[in-house]
Design a binder for this molecule. Structure first.
Ligand code: DAH
Length: 330
C-alpha cells in the first residue's frame, strides 16, 4: 500500500489541469464516490489491522487534502480556460449588473382596471365578449332598425355581407350575449375594443374602448341608473359636476347622455338609459316583470380628462417616453 501511495502522490501533483473539464475529471478520478482512487483506499482501510489503519488513514487523509487544495486553487484561478474552444473565463465581477427593465401598464389599461374595480365593489360581474360580431347581436336584437346609419358600410367594418359579420361597433352587443344565457337579476360590466370607420383625429379613431354596464332586476328605476353613474364619476374624479341630457338610443327608453363639467365646458362622456322592453323580449326576458338600465362609456374620452391630455392619438403611437410615465395606479 505504501508504494501505491507514493505513486498516487506523484499522480496528484502531475495531473495537468487546463480546463474546467480537466478539473472535474481530476476530482472524479480521486474523490469520485464510486471509483475515486482515494475513495477506494478509504474502503480498503477497513480490511487492514487497526494499527496500520491509523497510519494509512492519516496518510490518505493528507492526500485527500492535497486533492482538495489543488481543486480549490484552480477553481479560484481566474484565467482557467473555460472550455475546449479556448474561451477565456474573463468576466469582471465588479462590473454593475444589467438591470431588467420592467414596463408600465398602459394608461388605458389602468383606467380599465380601475373601472372594473369600481363596479366589482358594487356587485357587478365582469365579462368579455367577441370583437367579431354578427348583425343580430350588434344591431337587430338591440332594436336597431334596418336602415339605421350604423348599419351602413360607411360606418361599420363588415368582414362579410350576407351573412353580416362585422367588427362590433359598440359593446352593447355584450348585453344580448349575456342576457340570452342568463336569467335576471344580474349586474354586468364589460370593457373592450369597438370599431367604427372614422377618420383618425385628436378625438376619434377607427378603434376605441368602451365600458358597458347593465343591471336587470325587478323594479330597477332611472334613479338607480343616476345613482350608479354618479358613483362611477365620483370614484374616478372625486367631486365632479355632471348632467343628464335627454337623448335617443334604439335600445333604451328613455335615453340620456351624461356630460361632465371640465375646464368650464360640458363634455359628453356616456350614453345610457332604461333598457327598452323590445330588447328584453328579444332575449326572452319578460319586460312586465323585469326592468333595467344600461350605459356605455368611452374609455379614451375619460382618459383625456383623467390625464389632462388633448389628443387620443398619443395612446396608440407607442411613444415609450409617454408610456413610461404611467405607474400602475393613478
Ligand atoms: N352603444 C352606445 C354607443 O356606442 C352607447 C350606449 C348608449 C350604451 C346607451 C348603452 C346605452 O348601454 O344604454 O354609442
Amino acid at each position: 500500500m505504501y508504494q501505491k501511495i507514493d505513486e498516487i502522490k506523484k499522480y496528484i501533483k502531475c495531473f495537468n489541469i487546463q480546463t474546467y473539464d480537466d478539473l472535474e475529471t481530476f476530482r472524479i478520478k480521486f474523490l469520485g464516490k464510486k471509483r475515486g482512487i482515494l475513495t477506494n483506499l478509504f474502503k480498503e482501510l477497513k480490511e487492514i489491522s487497526i494499527y496500520k489503519r491509523k497510519i494509512y488513514g492519516k496518510i490518505i487523509n493528507e492526500l485527500k487534502k492535497e486533492v482538495q487544495r489543488k481543486i480549490f486553487h484552480y477553481q479560484s484561478k481566474n484565467d482557467i480556460i473555460k472550455n475546449e474552444k479556448g474561451l477565456k473565463h474573463d468576466y469582471d465581477p465588479t462590473i454593475p449588473g444589467k438591470s431588467i427593465e420592467i414596463g408600465s401598464i398602459h394608461p388605458l389599461s389602468i383606467i380599465k382596471n380601475r373601472i372594473i374595480e369600481i363596479f366589482l365593489n358594487i356587485g357587478f360581474t365582469y365579462v368579455d365578449g367577441p370583437e367579431i360580431e354578427d348583425d343580430w347581436h350588434n344591431f337587430t336584437a338591440l332594436n336597431i332598425p334596418i336602415h339605421h346609419p350604423s348599419r351602413d358600410m360607411q360606418d361599420t367594418f363588415f368582414l362579410c355581407k350576407n351573412p353580416d359579420i362585422l367588427l362590433r361597433t359598440h359593446t352593447s352587443s355584450i348585453q344580448i350575449r349575456y342576457m340570452k344565457k342568463h336569467r335576471p337579476p344580474f349586474r354586468v360590466l364589460s370593457i373592450g375594443k369597438v370599431y367604427r370607420n372614422e377618420t383618425i383625429s385628436s378625438r376619434s379613431n377607427f378603434m376605441f374602448h368602451q365600458a358597458e354596464g347593465f343591471f336587470i332586476d325587478k323594479k330597477v328605476s332611472f334613479s338607480d341608473l343616476k345613482q350608479t353613474v354618479h358613483y362611477l364619476i365620483t370614484s374616478l374624479f372625486g367631486k365632479a359636476k355632471i348632467r343628464f341630457r335627454p337623448s335617443y338610443f334604439p335600445f333604451t327608453e328613455p335615453s340620456a347622455e351624461v356630460d361632465i363639467h371640465c375646464n368650464s365646458e360640458w363634455l359628453e362622456i356616456m350614453g345610457c338609459g332604461m333598457v327598452d322592453p323590445e330588447v328584453l323580449k328579444n332575449v326572452d326576458i319578460n319586460p312586465e316583470v323585469y326592468s333595467g338600465f344600461a350605459f356605455g362609456v368611452g374609455i379614451e374620452r375619460l382618459s383625456l380628462m383623467i390625464y389632462d391630455m388633448k389628443d387620443i392619438r398619443i395612446y396608440f403611437n407607442n411613444d415609450i417616453r409617454f408610456l413610461r410615465q404611467f405607474k400602475s395606479e393613478f
